[in-house]
Write a protein that binds this ligand. Sequence first.
Ligand code: KIV
Length: 273
Amino acid sequence: MSVHSQAKRISVPQLMQYKGQQKIAALTAYTAPFARLLDEALDMILIGDSTAMVGYAMPDTLSITVDQMAAHAAAVVRSTQRVCVIVDMPFGSYQESPQQAFANAARMLAASGADGIKVEGGAALADTTRFLVDRGIPVLAHVGLMPQYVNTMGGFKAQGMTDESAERILQDAQAHEQAGAFGVVLEGVAEALGRRITETLAVPTIGIGASPSCDGQILVTEDILGLSGDRIPKFAKQFADVASVIRSAAQQYASDVKAGAFPGLEHCFGVKK
Ligand code: KIV
């Protein structure tokens, strides 16, 4: 039996209890149709700032705003009933100070109704995590490959490949756990490091290109549905070819319109039968 049995939204404390009991299945969603379809299968939905690249065709995640993320998150909350909904804090909205982070995170949660927020950052950001958690904001930390640090990392590169870098990422994860983070996303790290962090922490780890040993897994939904074009990362697996379904429906629609076969009178108003 699952940890939760009531038919209501999975809370952050419930998600934490999954550690050692059952794996956490998570995906991203940015809009109502996707959120509605994902609600039943998953434990957690993340409104990732990856929507900057996936949904807005931006070159990186740095330009998405709090208002944009809040609007996406509100749509996802309104369209789901049972998943735990976590929203990414965008670049520049929390790094300046714990106070800035609290003001923007509180605005994000108030505007969206999400259950918690995610922040990217190493041990240097742990004070901010503590500040938020102490004031009632559940925090999911994101360490390893942090897309918001693309310019300081020199690209989207796997992390933790040397002993020194692995040690630092372990310390980053531990610092956030000690600061009260309810979980840690491990992105693009060496498999052995993902396993080690998962064994070390008492809170769940959620891997993306990390390790099968992580307490949960998350992927970008468009990647698993074949909607990301050629940009599928090594760590993603395509579970369906939705692109072909959409292309074929669009072709059928266009050819029906051009042939005058759509709309039929049954799609029109005021037509007597
Ligand atoms: O923005 C995002 O989609 C993420 C990943 C962890 C999926 O941060």
